[in-house]
Design a protein around this ligand. Sequence first.
Ligand SMILES: Nc1ncnc2c1ncn2[C@@H]1O[C@H](COP(=O)(O)OP(=O)(O)OP(=O)(O)O)[C@@H](O)[C@H]1O
Length: 311
Amino acid sequence: MTALEVRNLHKRYGHHVAVNDVSFAVEEGEIFGIIGPNGAGKTTTVECIAGLRKPDSGSISVLGIDPAKGRAEVRERLGVQLQESSFPDAIKVAEALELYSSFYRDPADWRELMERVGLTQKRNAHYKALSGGQKQRLSIALALVGNPKVAILDELTTGLDPQARRDTWSLIERVRDTGVTILLVTHFMDEAERLSDRIAVIDGGRVAAVDTPAGLIAQASAVQQVRFRMRQPLDKGVLTELPDVTDVEITEGRWLVTGRGQLLSSVAGALARAQVVAEDLRVDQRNLDDAFAAFTGRTPEAREPSERRGD
Ligand SMILES: Nc1ncnc2c1ncn2[C@@H]1O[C@H](COP(=O)(O)OP(=O)(O)OP(=O)(O)O)[C@@H](O)[C@H]1O
Protein backbone atom coordinates (compact mmCIF):
# COMPACT_ATOMS: atom_id res chain seq x y z
CA MET A 1 0.00 0.00 0.00
CA THR A 2 1.16 3.53 -0.74
CA ALA A 3 1.82 5.50 2.45
CA LEU A 4 2.86 8.73 0.83
CA GLU A 5 2.37 10.13 -2.64
CA VAL A 6 3.66 13.35 -4.16
CA ARG A 7 2.42 14.25 -7.62
CA ASN A 8 3.62 17.08 -9.85
CA LEU A 9 4.64 19.21 -6.88
CA HIS A 10 5.62 22.80 -7.68
CA LYS A 11 6.84 25.43 -5.21
CA ARG A 12 8.52 28.74 -5.87
CA TYR A 13 9.88 31.43 -3.57
CA GLY A 14 9.28 34.68 -5.41
CA HIS A 15 10.75 34.09 -8.86
CA HIS A 16 12.91 31.22 -7.68
CA VAL A 17 11.57 27.78 -8.56
CA ALA A 18 12.56 25.52 -5.65
CA VAL A 19 10.50 22.45 -6.56
CA ASN A 20 9.70 21.85 -10.21
CA ASP A 21 7.29 18.98 -10.90
CA VAL A 22 8.40 16.46 -8.27
CA SER A 23 6.56 13.13 -8.14
CA PHE A 24 7.26 9.97 -6.14
CA ALA A 25 5.42 7.40 -4.07
CA VAL A 26 6.55 5.71 -0.85
CA GLU A 27 5.21 2.29 0.02
CA GLU A 28 4.11 1.41 3.53
CA GLY A 29 7.03 0.13 5.66
CA GLU A 30 9.71 1.51 3.35
CA ILE A 31 12.65 3.69 4.23
CA PHE A 32 12.66 6.09 1.30
CA GLY A 33 15.75 8.28 0.96
CA ILE A 34 15.96 11.68 -0.69
CA ILE A 35 19.41 12.83 -1.76
CA GLY A 36 20.57 15.77 -3.83
CA PRO A 37 22.91 18.76 -3.86
CA ASN A 38 22.44 21.83 -1.66
CA GLY A 39 19.43 23.85 -2.67
CA ALA A 40 17.98 20.99 -4.74
CA GLY A 41 14.55 21.38 -3.14
CA LYS A 42 14.63 18.43 -0.72
CA THR A 43 13.65 20.32 2.41
CA THR A 44 10.99 22.33 0.60
CA THR A 45 9.49 19.05 -0.64
CA VAL A 46 9.36 17.48 2.82
CA GLU A 47 8.06 20.70 4.35
CA CYS A 48 5.17 20.60 1.86
CA ILE A 49 4.54 16.96 2.81
CA ALA A 50 4.54 17.91 6.49
CA GLY A 51 2.00 20.66 5.78
CA LEU A 52 4.51 23.32 6.87
CA ARG A 53 4.53 24.94 3.43
CA LYS A 54 1.76 25.28 0.91
CA PRO A 55 2.58 23.94 -2.56
CA ASP A 56 1.86 26.21 -5.53
CA SER A 57 0.44 23.23 -7.40
CA GLY A 58 0.47 19.45 -7.40
CA SER A 59 -0.99 17.01 -4.95
CA ILE A 60 0.27 15.32 -1.81
CA SER A 61 -1.31 12.41 -0.02
CA VAL A 62 -0.15 11.23 3.40
CA LEU A 63 -2.05 8.02 4.18
CA GLY A 64 -4.79 9.27 1.89
CA ILE A 65 -4.97 12.76 3.42
CA ASP A 66 -3.94 16.05 1.81
CA PRO A 67 -1.73 17.80 4.41
CA ALA A 68 -2.73 21.26 3.15
CA LYS A 69 -6.39 20.49 3.89
CA GLY A 70 -6.33 18.02 6.77
CA ARG A 71 -3.42 19.45 8.73
CA ALA A 72 -4.64 18.27 12.12
CA GLU A 73 -5.32 14.76 10.83
CA VAL A 74 -1.92 14.54 9.17
CA ARG A 75 -0.23 15.79 12.35
CA GLU A 76 -1.67 12.82 14.23
CA ARG A 77 -0.16 10.33 11.77
CA LEU A 78 3.06 12.00 10.67
CA GLY A 79 6.15 12.50 12.84
CA VAL A 80 8.60 15.16 11.72
CA GLN A 81 12.22 15.70 12.65
CA LEU A 82 13.35 18.66 10.61
CA GLN A 83 16.77 20.29 10.30
CA GLU A 84 18.14 22.06 13.36
CA SER A 85 15.24 21.39 15.69
CA SER A 86 15.80 23.42 18.79
CA PHE A 87 14.10 23.48 22.14
CA PRO A 88 14.28 25.81 25.14
CA ASP A 89 17.64 25.26 26.86
CA ALA A 90 16.07 24.73 30.26
CA ILE A 91 13.61 22.01 29.28
CA LYS A 92 14.46 18.57 30.62
CA VAL A 93 14.43 15.41 28.49
CA ALA A 94 11.47 13.82 30.27
CA GLU A 95 9.56 17.12 30.33
CA ALA A 96 9.97 17.58 26.58
CA LEU A 97 8.75 14.06 25.85
CA GLU A 98 5.82 14.33 28.23
CA LEU A 99 4.85 17.74 26.82
CA TYR A 100 5.01 16.59 23.20
CA SER A 101 3.08 13.40 23.94
CA SER A 102 0.27 15.55 25.37
CA PHE A 103 -0.22 17.07 21.90
CA TYR A 104 -1.49 13.77 20.48
CA ARG A 105 -4.71 11.82 20.86
CA ASP A 106 -3.00 8.42 20.85
CA PRO A 107 0.63 9.01 21.81
CA ALA A 108 3.34 6.39 22.25
CA ASP A 109 4.44 5.58 25.79
CA TRP A 110 7.04 8.34 26.12
CA ARG A 111 8.93 6.55 28.90
CA GLU A 112 9.32 3.50 26.72
CA LEU A 113 10.43 5.70 23.83
CA MET A 114 12.95 7.46 26.09
CA GLU A 115 14.35 4.03 26.92
CA ARG A 116 14.39 3.00 23.26
CA VAL A 117 16.50 6.01 22.25
CA GLY A 118 18.81 5.47 25.25
CA LEU A 119 17.96 8.66 27.14
CA THR A 120 16.50 7.26 30.36
CA GLN A 121 19.74 8.04 32.22
CA LYS A 122 19.41 11.62 30.97
CA ARG A 123 15.74 12.05 31.84
CA ASN A 124 16.47 14.98 34.20
CA ALA A 125 19.18 16.57 32.07
CA HIS A 126 18.50 20.00 30.60
CA TYR A 127 18.40 20.19 26.82
CA LYS A 128 21.43 22.50 26.75
CA ALA A 129 23.49 19.92 28.67
CA LEU A 130 22.95 17.16 26.11
CA SER A 131 25.62 16.12 23.62
CA GLY A 132 24.94 16.47 19.89
CA GLY A 133 24.06 12.78 19.65
CA GLN A 134 21.71 12.97 22.65
CA LYS A 135 19.95 16.04 21.20
CA GLN A 136 19.57 14.18 17.94
CA ARG A 137 18.11 11.12 19.69
CA LEU A 138 15.72 13.35 21.61
CA SER A 139 14.52 14.97 18.38
CA ILE A 140 13.99 11.50 16.87
CA ALA A 141 12.03 10.46 19.96
CA LEU A 142 9.92 13.62 19.69
CA ALA A 143 9.22 12.82 16.03
CA LEU A 144 7.97 9.41 17.14
CA VAL A 145 6.11 10.33 20.31
CA GLY A 146 2.79 10.75 18.49
CA ASN A 147 2.93 7.09 17.39
CA PRO A 148 3.18 8.12 13.74
CA LYS A 149 2.59 5.82 10.79
CA VAL A 150 4.98 7.92 8.71
CA ALA A 151 8.10 9.72 9.96
CA ILE A 152 10.12 12.38 8.15
CA LEU A 153 13.74 12.61 9.20
CA ASP A 154 15.81 15.47 7.74
CA GLU A 155 19.58 15.47 8.30
CA LEU A 156 19.33 12.62 10.76
CA THR A 157 22.98 12.30 11.69
CA THR A 158 24.54 15.65 10.74
CA GLY A 159 27.11 16.60 13.36
CA LEU A 160 27.31 13.17 14.97
CA ASP A 161 30.48 11.15 15.50
CA PRO A 162 30.84 7.80 13.67
CA GLN A 163 29.67 5.67 16.61
CA ALA A 164 26.65 7.90 17.30
CA ARG A 165 25.77 7.73 13.59
CA ARG A 166 25.85 3.93 13.59
CA ASP A 167 23.75 3.84 16.78
CA THR A 168 21.21 6.19 15.18
CA TRP A 169 21.05 4.03 12.06
CA SER A 170 20.30 0.93 14.17
CA LEU A 171 17.62 2.90 15.98
CA ILE A 172 15.98 3.90 12.68
CA GLU A 173 16.05 0.31 11.46
CA ARG A 174 14.31 -0.79 14.65
CA VAL A 175 11.70 1.95 14.15
CA ARG A 176 11.11 0.72 10.59
CA ASP A 177 10.76 -2.82 11.93
CA THR A 178 7.81 -1.63 14.02
CA GLY A 179 6.02 -0.75 10.75
CA VAL A 180 6.71 2.98 10.52
CA THR A 181 7.26 4.29 6.98
CA ILE A 182 10.27 6.60 6.90
CA LEU A 183 11.16 9.44 4.57
CA LEU A 184 14.84 10.22 5.07
CA VAL A 185 16.52 13.34 3.71
CA THR A 186 20.27 13.07 3.89
CA HIS A 187 23.54 14.47 2.60
CA PHE A 188 25.39 11.30 3.51
CA MET A 189 25.63 8.70 0.78
CA ASP A 190 26.68 5.94 3.20
CA GLU A 191 23.59 6.69 5.29
CA ALA A 192 21.28 6.68 2.26
CA GLU A 193 22.80 3.45 0.98
CA ARG A 194 22.71 1.69 4.34
CA LEU A 195 19.17 2.66 5.34
CA SER A 196 17.08 3.25 2.24
CA ASP A 197 15.01 0.65 0.44
CA ARG A 198 14.68 3.15 -2.40
CA ILE A 199 16.13 6.57 -3.07
CA ALA A 200 15.02 9.61 -5.06
CA VAL A 201 17.82 11.80 -6.40
CA ILE A 202 16.55 15.38 -6.54
CA ASP A 203 18.47 17.97 -8.52
CA GLY A 204 17.46 21.49 -9.47
CA GLY A 205 13.96 20.94 -8.08
CA ARG A 206 13.36 17.84 -10.19
CA VAL A 207 13.55 14.09 -9.59
CA ALA A 208 16.59 12.90 -11.54
CA ALA A 209 16.13 9.21 -10.64
CA VAL A 210 14.28 6.89 -8.28
CA ASP A 211 15.55 3.38 -7.63
CA THR A 212 16.99 1.04 -5.03
CA PRO A 213 20.55 1.96 -3.95
CA ALA A 214 21.87 -0.98 -6.01
CA GLY A 215 19.70 0.08 -8.96
CA LEU A 216 21.01 3.66 -8.87
CA ILE A 217 24.59 2.41 -8.68
CA ALA A 218 23.97 0.03 -11.58
CA GLN A 219 22.44 2.85 -13.66
CA ALA A 220 25.49 4.99 -12.96
CA SER A 221 27.92 2.16 -13.63
CA ALA A 222 27.49 2.02 -17.38
CA VAL A 223 31.00 3.47 -17.42
CA GLN A 224 33.61 1.23 -15.81
CA GLN A 225 37.28 1.57 -15.08
CA VAL A 226 39.99 -1.07 -14.81
CA ARG A 227 43.36 -0.26 -13.26
CA PHE A 228 46.59 -2.21 -13.23
CA ARG A 229 50.35 -1.81 -13.16
CA MET A 230 52.64 -3.27 -15.79
CA ARG A 231 56.41 -3.37 -16.07
CA GLN A 232 56.61 -4.85 -19.57
CA PRO A 233 56.18 -2.61 -22.61
CA LEU A 234 52.84 -2.83 -24.39
CA ASP A 235 51.43 -0.93 -27.33
CA LYS A 236 48.49 1.13 -26.06
CA GLY A 237 46.64 0.19 -29.30
CA VAL A 238 46.23 -3.39 -28.01
CA LEU A 239 43.65 -1.98 -25.60
CA THR A 240 42.32 1.10 -27.41
CA GLU A 241 41.20 -1.05 -30.34
CA LEU A 242 38.96 -3.19 -28.11
CA PRO A 243 35.27 -2.39 -28.76
CA ASP A 244 34.46 -2.02 -25.03
CA VAL A 245 37.31 0.46 -24.38
CA THR A 246 36.76 4.22 -24.70
CA ASP A 247 39.98 5.55 -23.17
CA VAL A 248 43.40 4.40 -21.98
CA GLU A 249 45.69 6.50 -19.78
CA ILE A 250 49.21 5.47 -18.79
CA THR A 251 51.10 7.26 -16.02
CA GLU A 252 54.46 5.86 -14.88
CA GLY A 253 53.54 2.24 -15.50
CA ARG A 254 50.00 2.64 -14.10
CA TRP A 255 47.28 1.95 -16.61
CA LEU A 256 43.74 3.23 -16.35
CA VAL A 257 41.32 1.79 -18.87
CA THR A 258 37.84 3.27 -19.19
CA GLY A 259 35.02 1.59 -21.05
CA ARG A 260 31.76 -0.30 -20.77
CA GLY A 261 30.20 -3.72 -21.28
CA GLN A 262 32.47 -6.65 -20.38
CA LEU A 263 35.43 -4.33 -19.81
CA LEU A 264 37.35 -6.49 -17.35
CA SER A 265 37.21 -9.67 -19.39
CA SER A 266 38.01 -7.77 -22.62
CA VAL A 267 41.08 -6.18 -21.02
CA ALA A 268 42.21 -9.39 -19.31
CA GLY A 269 41.79 -11.33 -22.59
CA ALA A 270 43.80 -8.75 -24.58
CA LEU A 271 46.62 -8.77 -22.01
CA ALA A 272 46.71 -12.59 -22.07
CA ARG A 273 46.87 -12.61 -25.88
CA ALA A 274 49.70 -10.08 -25.76
CA GLN A 275 51.42 -12.38 -23.21
CA VAL A 276 52.00 -9.61 -20.69
CA VAL A 277 51.36 -9.78 -16.97
CA ALA A 278 49.36 -7.06 -15.24
CA GLU A 279 49.87 -6.49 -11.51
CA ASP A 280 47.24 -5.23 -9.06
CA LEU A 281 44.50 -5.61 -11.66
CA ARG A 282 41.25 -4.24 -10.25
CA VAL A 283 37.91 -2.87 -11.30
CA ASP A 284 36.82 0.36 -9.62
CA GLN A 285 33.84 -0.44 -7.43
CA ARG A 286 31.06 2.04 -8.00
CA ASN A 287 29.08 3.29 -5.03
CA LEU A 288 26.28 5.74 -4.34
CA ASP A 289 28.70 8.70 -4.50
CA ASP A 290 29.32 7.81 -8.14
CA ALA A 291 25.59 7.48 -8.79
CA PHE A 292 25.02 10.90 -7.15
CA ALA A 293 27.72 12.42 -9.34
CA ALA A 294 26.31 10.73 -12.45
CA PHE A 295 22.79 12.04 -11.85
CA THR A 296 23.62 15.52 -10.58
CA GLY A 297 27.02 16.29 -12.13
CA ARG A 298 28.29 17.14 -8.65
CA THR A 299 30.12 15.30 -5.89
CA PRO A 300 28.27 14.74 -2.65
CA GLU A 301 29.68 16.70 0.23
CA ALA A 302 29.43 15.97 3.91
CA ARG A 303 28.56 19.24 5.51
CA GLU A 304 26.65 21.02 8.19
CA PRO A 305 23.19 22.18 7.21
CA SER A 306 23.21 25.56 5.49
CA GLU A 307 21.77 28.67 7.08
CA ARG A 308 18.08 28.57 6.39
CA ARG A 309 15.93 31.53 5.63
CA GLY A 310 12.54 32.10 7.13
CA ASP A 311 9.46 31.84 4.93
N1 LIG B 1 12.25 30.50 2.68
C1 LIG B 1 12.87 30.61 1.52
N2 LIG B 1 12.84 31.76 0.81
C2 LIG B 1 13.45 31.88 -0.39
N3 LIG B 1 14.16 30.87 -0.95
C3 LIG B 1 14.23 29.72 -0.29
C4 LIG B 1 13.60 29.52 0.98
N4 LIG B 1 13.85 28.25 1.40
C5 LIG B 1 14.60 27.69 0.44
N5 LIG B 1 14.82 28.56 -0.57
C6 LIG B 1 15.57 28.28 -1.81
O1 LIG B 1 14.91 27.23 -2.51
C7 LIG B 1 15.84 26.31 -3.02
C8 LIG B 1 15.55 24.94 -2.45
O2 LIG B 1 15.86 24.95 -1.06
P1 LIG B 1 15.71 23.68 -0.13
O3 LIG B 1 16.05 24.11 1.26
O4 LIG B 1 14.41 23.04 -0.36
O5 LIG B 1 16.84 22.75 -0.73
P2 LIG B 1 17.57 21.52 -0.06
O6 LIG B 1 17.73 20.54 -1.17
O7 LIG B 1 16.88 21.07 1.15
O8 LIG B 1 18.95 22.19 0.30
P3 LIG B 1 20.00 21.85 1.48
O9 LIG B 1 20.55 20.54 1.10
O10 LIG B 1 21.02 22.95 1.33
O11 LIG B 1 19.25 21.87 2.76
C9 LIG B 1 17.21 26.85 -2.68
O12 LIG B 1 17.70 27.55 -3.79
C10 LIG B 1 16.97 27.78 -1.51
O13 LIG B 1 17.91 28.82 -1.48
